[in-house]
Ligand binder design. Structure first.
Ligand code: UD2
Length: 296
């Protein structure tokens, strides 16, 4: 279903003239391979909506809530209804081992939830990492038929402000809020050459967060398939990468550059004070008591 569409505005729309000379100067808004980095003030939300809404797109959104993580679902879904892809068709896919504990949340028109049962696990590392495999197989069995784009998000999070069509692209990744001021040799990439997620000290663009993967369904399909395979090769060799699937994601994105990069506005962490370049926090991880919510 997913094809690059022409940027057509359906009607006359009055908006501020784009400037060639004036814009944000405190942040970099384009990667060295010319993918936009999305920051507040670099796009016009009204114009973006005017372009994308007539396309009648469907956005699949996957979220895992295994074990005690079901308790994060209500806030995740309620805040998504307020801020995430408002005005678009959204299909949430909730993966859980506790389908009866999925809260009923009022959804606005054009939005649906499918609950899909998955096995529980005693190891949080496995739950987090198996997401690649489950997303891959669910894209094959159902998502590819119904959706244009897909976003795969962490459940222990809330939306606080607009996350809209400015985030749509072929392959979309988010810059992790914890490392964007660091040099690449400080990124927590997997550093053992034996791992399929290995990145040498002198390589790497950004440190991407595992809490969000997005893009065309077919591009995210390829990403999940390759990361899953590499993860399984590592497992056969008794290797678990430093940050599980996040490490494999970072390796994949180093050699398959994202076409759009979301700034840390799209992935903040509640324990971290806002920095001056972040004008709006759109989505953030809540503070959680690891000992309480994880199985081990
Ligand atoms: C980081 C990443 C996360 C993932 C993980 C790698 C960010 C902000 N977070 O977060 O995306 O790459 O490291 O290990 O980039 N889950 C369950 N039940 C569990 C455990 C996990 O459903 O018992 C799911 C849930 O959707 C959760 C996700 O897996 O949001 C990631 O697990 P996490 O939030 O515990 O990982 P964390 O905070 O270390």
């Amino acid at each position: 279903r997913s094809r690059e569409r022409n940027m057509v505005s359906s009607e006359k729309l009055l908006y501020k003239q784009p400037s060639v000379l004036m814009g944000r100067t405190d942040v970099v808004a384009v990667t060295p391979w010319l993918a936009p980095i999305i920051w507040e003030g670099t796009y016009d939300p009204v114009l973006v909506d005017n372009i994308y809404k007539p396309m009648n797109l469907t956005i699949a959104t996957t979220v895992f809530a295994v074990g005690k993580y079901v308790s994060f679902l209500r806030d995740f879904l309620e805040t998504a209804e307020k801020h995430f892809m408002v005005g678009f068709n959204v299909r949430y896919y909730v993966f859980t081992d506790r389908p009866h504990d999925v809260p009923s949340v009022n959804l606005t028109q054009g939005r649906h939830i499918s609950v899909i049962q998955v096995p529980g696990s005693n190891r949080w590392q496995e739950i987090s990492a198996r997401r690649m495999e489950i997303i891959q197989t669910t894209i094959e069995s159902q998502i590819s038929r119904v959706a244009d784009y897909i976003f795969c998000l962490d459940v222990d999070s809330k939306f606080h402000a607009r996350w809209g069509a400015e985030s749509l692209g072929r392959l979309v990744a988010v810059i992790h809020p914890g490392y964007y001021e660091q040099t690449r040799d400080h990124f927590p990439y997997e550093r053992h050459p034996a791992s399929m997620a290995y990145i040498p000290m002198d390589e790497g663009d950004y440190y991407y967060g595992g809490a969000m993967i997005g893009g065309f369904v077919e591009d995210v399909y390829t990403l999940t398939k390759i990361c899953r395979n590499r993860f399984e090769v590592d497992a056969e060799n008794s290797i678990e990468a430093a940050w599980q699937e996040e490490s494999h994601l970072n390796r994949y994105l180093l050699y398959n550059k994202p076409s759009k990069v979301l700034s840390p506005e799209y992935l903040w962490q509640d324990f971290k004070a806002k920095t001056k370049e972040v004008k709006v926090i759109r989505f953030s991880g809540v503070i959680k008591n690891y000992a309480e919510v994880r199985p081990n």
